[in-house]
Design a protein around this ligand. Sequence first.
Ligand code: C2E
Ligand code: MG
Ligand code: MG
Length: 714
Amino acid sequence: MTFSILGFMLVLTVIIVTAALSAMRRESRRARELALLLKEQNELLQLLTDGVKNTAVFLLDSDGRTANWNPGAQRLFGFAQDEITRRSVNCLFPQDDATAGRIESALRTSAADGRHEMNVWMLRKDGSSFHAHMAVVARRSPDRGLAGFAVVVRDMTEMKQAEELLKKLSLSVEQSADIVLITDRDGTVEYVNKAVEDVTGYTRDEVIARGLDLLRSEHGDPKLLGEMWNTVLSGFSFQAEVTIRKKNGEQTVLDEVVTPITDARGNVTHALVTASDVTPLKTMREKLTFLTSYDDLTGLPNRSVFVERLNRDRTRASKGTGTMAILTIDIDRFKYINEIYGLDAGNKMLKQVAESLSVSVSKDDTVARLGSDEFGIILHDIQKPSDVILFVKMIMKNVPQIIMSGGEEISVTLACGISLYPDDGKDANTLMKNADTALGKAKALGRNNYQFYTSDMNVGVTELVFMERRLVDALRNKEYTLTYQPYCYLSSGRIAGTEALLKWKNDEFGLVSPVKFIPMLEETGMIIDVGKWVLQTACAQIKAWDNGKMQLPVSVNLSFSQFRHEFLAETVESVIKEYAIDPRRLTLEVTESTFVKDQESAITILKRLKSIGVSISIDDFGTGYSSLSYLKRFPVDYVKIDQSFVKDVAADPDATSLVSAIINMAHSLSLRTIAEGVETEDQWKILRLLKCDMAQGYYFSRAVTAQEVERLMD
Ligand code: C2E
Ligand code: MG
Ligand code: MG
């Protein structure tokens, strides 16, 4: 029994010991496990705090002295653990009171509230500073007393920089003159910059959260917009010019680039629209094109556009059957109009001619201003040369015959040169050059003329160019002479006077007709000096004859620009004085056309000349205006009936009655008549019957030297 009790006790003891032992083992295993767990967690914490970039974790005691310092803190501040331990946290901040005060107050707040966060400048061991975010957490001891602080410092430099950059970026996007707009993938607007407001007139609020349709114009191309959106949703950019409608209803054109914005997985989440308003640019470009392609004054295309069109039309015409005509047109005596009446009158004339040419052509044709007073026309579908002639006659008729300037009438006549494609040239240059050559020829023929280009023309025109060059020296080289053609009384056959006719004798060209060189003198302005020489020579002759007791009047011709020259009267007066002649011996001949156009000023000039005492003759009467009614307004003395009427006076009854009418009318106005170009006895007789006063012509005498005149007088 005892044994069994003992045994039982033993067994019990064993059981108890075993149980105790196993409990102890379990306990120690748990303790080991706990320690392991703690170690793992510590390591994890260490790993986390040490591994986080730009972050320092350290502990402070309750007085703010450093107690613990992790590798992150070493990296950030540069202090090793033993360098910093037990140093005041103040050594990590710049030495200024304000900062010092803030740190202490941060520790105090943290002690009171449990934690405190702040942005602050901190110092590294090397003295450099950086912007940091600091979180201070109070550590409590088991009795809830303050055990110290855990501090987490994060270097904000990179973030600050990124923030600055972002700020800059958003500012520049905001202030960009270009439109920047962000939509989600459905096209709903999420962001617009200021330019959107400026360009469209809509406020931000009116656009945000709306679809882009708000801005789309009905003039836009819906297909293009669909294509644009599909492209962007497939991850590609799209660029196009898009017409939009502003809030005020106006249309404007944007040069738009739409770029997809994707997330990390490459899915398109948004679309970025950048656009610039190209309407002002387009307007400027159009203006620039206009300026470089069109003439400012007349609004017509300029020479380069003309050449361009000629080349283009040429290609087109060569495919068809029609011929093309190239016309170059020039205003007769334009240089003088500019000189005598001023630039305003010249400009007015150019504008009116331009206008009249423009309305004379059809839509396909071109009218351009090629140079100062030169115009160009391209005419299409010409079947025969007479089509061009009809056209030229039409424009010569349509162009205003007279232009008023400052109360004065200026006559307008044109000269026109014509070349035909393909006969006269295959390229624009040749065609224009040949039309110009023909124009030169037309001008040489006198006013209101046109000429077709012919291949032998170049020779003639070159001759004219050379002649003009030689003419420059003619006066100095004494190549001019005056010849005198007498005119006689029809009643007695006595010489009544002579007309001084200018001749040019040149080694190269021989004796040149005034019909050829007078227009050149006019064109170049040389007529003023040459005219003065004529006047002096004629007056010298009057004086010489006077000295020889031969009181013979002399007529001197004045051309248009001489008559309109501002010093004409002074010149006449001074030459008369210079040679001391009786002014009544001098007659000035002016053609009818010089009078008719600017009547008021012509009357003033004539009155001034008459006041000097000279006589005035109307030359070539009947060729210009052919109206007698205005004659009475002019203080003139003689009417010279043009030879074209005299030619037929004996054969054609119409011519006879016309000449008779002129004579009667002139007589009724107390004017004396001189018939020009009398070549036959019949003409002489009939003119005498018609009571014409005087006659001039080959029938009696050609233009001869002064000595021969003297012989004729004997
Ligand atoms: P105009 O003043 O009408 O001169 C008359 C022209 O007719 C002269 O031609 C003369 O030679 C020509 N003539 C005279 N009688 C007859 C005739 O019976 N039959 C024919 N067929 N012709 C006759 P010219 O010398 O060739 O002069 C031509 C024009 O040149 C003149 O026409 C005149 O307008 C101009 N001219 C001549 N000398 C001068 C001058 O010194 N100054 C200016 N400005 N013009 C001048
Ligand atoms: Mg004359
Ligand atoms: Mg005449």
